[in-house]
Design a protein around this ligand. Structure first.
Ligand SMILES: [Zn+2]
Length: 502
């Protein structure tokens, strides 16, 4: 037995050490909070954080606003959007099967007017924006009684960084319209909301963004054939796939025109962003992994939706990005689908409450109710706000580094979680952030800067208990969307009889 005196001294020493350790923990925790980029990688604070993740709030990749994005958002003008919509409506119908040569009525007139407008927008780009008519023959289909020429209007704003110029972001709206019968090419089909609203938003973004420089390339597209079967978008996506174009994200804006729903709800401060969970092009191998360890909420499209929410709400604080965790609404589809089917990340923007009396309806008054997709039901300020959310997210994507590639968990069982990835090539890269969340959370809740490295181990945090992700950040603080890691292939076993433990 030790003398009492010694024991007392020991406990005093031990108490003092504990107090010191506690103080150190507090100081480190404060530093990590104040200077997230300098957070010590494997410090006691990090250990503390693992045990109590709720104490450390999410630190975003872009804590400050990028002034270029703020300027872009401010320059979006609802008056231009209104002018575009009224002009598109003035063509009477924009049915894909309508007249292609009449200068005043039909889809041909709309096509030529849009082409001229995008050319006008390109004037301010100093030669960086080019505009083309992408024309193709659509074969017969259910809603296409005979082969028909369709023309996508494609305005490409080239990126200025050699390492990023081949990284492409696409934003689209469809300029065709329909009345009650999709094959009726003669009826009036004003399509002021569906989808002059989306087309006008894309044109306004092109006009504003053409003046600014981005690392990566942004493509502004107005497509026809949506109401006939997503044909313009399908052709564009197929051509991109054939030429191995690296489309890192695609937004379709379709029915973003009204803030007043058929349910009587007036909500000018919300836009829905639909993103699919299980990828449309998932392989059987990927499906097996997903069934085993989850990941149905972590497709590239869903990471894109989270990015849009984070960046869109930062630059347009009056707007709420309402993430809808499904590909599209019941019984409906959109131009993001052909992109999803070809493995591209894509989402759909749509107003929060729709009015079906104003969609796909002959213009008429029946029982005292005005039917038809008329400009009087559009809210031009609301459309401008949706365009601002789009523009902020697009600019955020095109200014940031690419999302990290080949992000994997090395195989093996451990209570630590090592993550490794391929290095980004951008010269302005600052480093990476690991993000994580509880498996039941909808969005990333935590992040930690790990520096410019190619691997990192989250000590004491098992990948069985959290979802992890990784994003790249440049020296200005622009952060990429998150990449969800996949399990690296299992290393060959030394003992062929060994089986995974239950
Ligand atoms: Zn539509």
């Amino acid at each position: 037995m030790r003398p009492i005196q010694t024991q007392r001294i020991r406990s005093v020493v031990s108490y003092s050490l504990s107090a010191l350790l506690f103080c150190e923990l507090m100081v480190v925790a404060t530093l990590v909070r104040a200077y997230p980029r300098f957070g010590p990688a494997n410090s006691a604070a990090a250990a503390q954080q693992k045990r109590d993740p709720g104490r450390f709030p999410m630190r975003t990749a872009q804590p400050a606003r990028n002034p270029q994005i703020s300027k872009i958002v401010n320059e979006i003008d609802p008056r231009n959007i209104e002018r575009t919509i009224r002009k598109l409506v003035s063509f009477g119908t924009r049915n894909t099967l309508s007249d292609q040569n009449d200068p005043n009525r039909g889809i041909g007139a709309a096509r030529d007017w849009l082409y001229a407008e995008f050319l006008q927008a390109a004037v301010d780009s100093g030669g960086r924006m080019t505009v083309e008519k992408q024309t193709f023959e659509q074969p017969k289909a259910t809603r296409v009684p005979q082969p028909t020429m369709l023309t996508n209007i494609v305005a490409t704003l080239k990126g200025t960084h050699p390492e990023s110029v081949n990284r492409v972001y696409v934003v689209s709206g469809h300029y065709d319209s329909m009345c009650s019968n999709p094959s009726d090419a003669k009826c009036d089909a004003p399509g002021a909301n569906d989808d002059a609203s989306g087309t006008a938003a894309v044109l306004e973004m092109a006009r504003v963004m053409a003046k600014y420089k981005f690392d990566a390339t942004i493509v502004f597209v107005a497509v026809p054939g949506e109401e006939q079967g997503l044909f313009g978008a399908t052709h564009f996506a197929e051509e991109a796939k054939k030429s191995n174009t690296d489309i890192e994200a695609m937004f379709t804006n379709d029915i973003i025109g009204s803030s007043l729903g058929g349910n009587g709800v007036h909500d000018p401060h919300t836009v829905r962003v639909f993103s699919e969970g299980v990828p449309s092009n998932e392989t059987p191998q990927e499906a097996m992994t997903r069934r085993s360890v989850g990941g149905e909420n972590d497709s590239t499209s869903r990471q894109l939706a989270r990015f849009i929410k984070e960046v869109g709400e930062r630059y347009v604080p009056s707007m709420k990005v309402w993430m809808i965790y499904r590909r599209d609404r019941y019984g409906r589809g959109g131009d993001h689908q052909p992109f999803l089917e070809r493995g591209y990340a894509a989402v759909r923007f749509t107003e929060p409450n729709e009015n079906y009396q104003h969609q796909h309806q002959n213009v008429r008054v029946q029982d005292g109710i005005q039917y038809g997709d008329l400009p009087q039901f559009d809210d031009f300020n609301y459309i401008a706000d949706v365009a601002r959310v789009n523009a902020a997210a697009l600019a955020g994507l095109a200014l940031a580094p690419a999302r990290p590639k080949n992000v994997t968990f090395p195989s093996g069982l451990s209570n630590d979680t090592p993550i490794k990835w391929d290095p980004n090539r951008e010269p302005d890269l600052a480093g990476y952030e690991i993000v994580w969340r509880d498996t039941t959370e909808a969005t990333w809740t935590h992040s930690q800067s790990v520096g410019n490295v190619q691997n990192f181990t989250m000590k004491g945090m098992s990948k069985d208990n959290f979802f992890f992700g990784l994003r790249a950040v440049d020296k200005e603080g622009n952060g990429s969307p998150v990449t969800y890691p996949r399990q690296a292939p299992r290393a060959p076993r030394t003992d062929p009889a060994a089986q995974p433990s239950p």
